[in-house]
Design a protein around this ligand. Structure first.
Ligand code: NAP
Length: 488
């Protein structure tokens, strides 16, 4: 691997300040989705390794939580600086294991660093309240304290940002963590942990456990059921989120669940069409469409349906599909053969039920897991693509007649993560923004993620918010202190 700092490529787990193998010495392979070559191996950790990591985290908690917010902030700031100093190496590692184009990997590392930047500041601002008492002689205040050991379980589609979006606020609040990164993208995670270690974050405060996909439940169960873990923060599919929620119920853990999405993207007849096409392109094709907030149903008013669809298809057909390391690559591979198969099945099912392919609709000859950017029209609600997350570079376009009808269609899903619409009518903008049942709404904006705004979903898209001032609250408990006998 052509890294400037070769010591950033680490194939071990991290417990109590030490890079280790699994106690069993078992390992599993991590593959490059672009060419199916082996990137490396990782320890296949067991329950026993997980318990060790949890115990190390618990042991570190007392000292870590007793630091002032400003002291913790200094560590997080150092980590932030090291992430940016090593952006090229981190991006290359990410492209090799995840497949995303190198420029997208760099953009993700930058995005990941926004959270270390933001929460280095928020560490200093975990304010409590003073509450006017209703009784003479009493004073009431609240203080905020760290929750305790947090289990952090993250997906492969944003191997860096999903870690910093959770770990930075946890550390800022005073919580130690045990990270379980996705089995297919552990090396971005180990590099990030190494940088945290170099930043001087004390032993035990950050731990990382890796496990193969087939054995993941062993580690997952321990994190969810161990009494010493006080919180699980998970980003991933709704199905796995539900399993984890049921397993944490036995010990009544706090949970943050950032789950799947099925975003509507609505283009009204009064929209700026150029902007809507640009927004749809940016929204749909990032990370080859493997994004939880990516548009899954593009609703276009009947009066502009053909024009919008043709323009989107033309631009989509111009995207460069190639290995993420190739200069100018814009669309990389899908993460696994199964992910590729799902995209293929969704397109075939739609076409069988009447959809038309304007562009794409087949695999790309860059490799067996590459799918061409695809635009489908004449979509209806009998098709799988209409209700299920496709997680690929496929843009299904649906015709609508009026505002009420499209709001009803947009809300007709179990998901509620992000929604988008384009309009220039101020009254309609307010009505639609309020009517969409989603945690986040982009108005004339196709890309909305930022560290300063609360990210999260409603319905089966999750519980809790990440980023913004809300992000740190997920790792804090509120304690109410009642002082009596103040007046004599
Ligand atoms: P996933 O299959 O749910 O996996 C997510 C993480 O959970 C991985 O680390 C996975 O490990 C682990 N996992 C799976 N089963 C587990 C178990 N029984 N116990 C403990 N951990 C377990 O999701 P994914 O395919 O990686 O990611 C795609 C999904 O994430 C999509 O649905 C997407 O919408 C969602 N997502 C949501 C957000 C958000 O902010 N709302 C952001 C990004 C992605 P393995 O890798 O070993 O399977």
């Amino acid at each position: 691997m052509d890294l400037k700092d070769k010591s950033l490529f680490i194939q071990k787990c991290f417990i109590d300040g030490h890079w280790l193998d699994a106690e069993s010495k078992e390992i599993f392979d991590v593959m490059n989705p672009s060419d199916q070559t082996k990137v490396g191996t990782m320890p296949n950790c067991s329950k026993k390794d997980t318990v060790k990591a949890i115990e190390a985290a618990k042991k570190s908690w007392n000292n870590w939580k007793k630091l002032t917010g400003k002291e913790r902030s200094i560590f997080i700031r150092k980590w932030h600086n090291l992430i940016l100093e090593n952006i090229d190496d981190l991006a290359l590692i990410m492209t090799l294991e995840n497949g995303k184009p190198i420029n997208d990997s760099k953009a993700e590392i930058t995005y990941a660093s926004w959270f270390t930047d933001w929460f280095a500041e928020e560490a200093k601002r975990t304010y409590g309240k003073t509450i006017p008492s209703t009784m003479q002689g009493r004073r009431i205040i609240t203080i905020k304290q760290s929750v305790g050991v947090c289990g952090i379980i993250t997906p492969w589609n944003f191997p860096a940002a999903m870690i910093t979006r959770k770990v930075a606020p946890a550390l800022a609040a005073g919580c130690p963590v045990v990270i379980k990164p996705a089995g297919s993208t552990p090396f971005t995670a180990t590099a990030l942990v190494e940088l945290a270690n170099r930043a001087g974050i004390p032993d035990g405060v950050i731990n990382l456990i890796s496990v193969s996909e087939k054995d993941v439940a062993n580690v997952g169960d321990e994190l969810c059921e161990n009494l010493n873990v006080r919180k699980i923060s998970f980003t991933g599919s709704t199905n796995v989120g539900k399993i984890l929620m049921s397993k944490t119920a036995g010990t009544v853990k706090r949970v943050s669940m950032e789950l799947g999405g099925h975003a509507p993207f609505i283009v009204f007849e009064d929209a700026d069409l150029d902007e809507a096409v640009i927004g749809a392109m940016a929204n749909k094709y990032r990370n080859s469409g493997q994004v939880c907030v990516s548009a899954n149903r593009i609703y276009v008013h009947e009066s502009i349906y053909d024009e919008f669809s043709n323009r989107l298809a033309e631009k989509s057909s111009q995207l460069k599909v190639a290995d993420g390391r190739t200069e100018g690559s814009q669309i990389g591979p899908l993460i696994t053969p199964q992910a590729f198969k799902k995209v293929e099945e969704h397109v075939e099912d739609a076409v069988e039920k009447g959809a038309k392919i304007l562009t794409g609709g087949t695999n790309d000859n860059s490799g067996v897991q590459f799918y061409k950017p695809t635009v489908l029209t004449d979509i209806n609600n009998n098709m799988k693509i209409y209700y299920e997350e496709t997680f690929g570079p496929v843009a299904p376009i649906i015709k609508f007649k009026n505002e009420n009808e499209v709001i009803e269609m947009a809300n007709d899903t179990k998901y509620g993560l992000a929604g988008y619409f384009y309009s220039r009518d101020i009254g309609k903008i307010w009505r639609v923004a309020e009517a969409l049942e989603y945690g986040m709404v982009g108005i004339n904006a196709g890309v909305i993620s930022t560290e300063v705004a609360p990210f999260g979903g409603i319905k089966e898209s999750g519980i809790g918010r990440e980023g913004a001032e809300e992000g740190i609250e997920e790792y804090l408990e509120i304690k109410y202190l009642c002082f009596d006998g103040v007046e004599k």
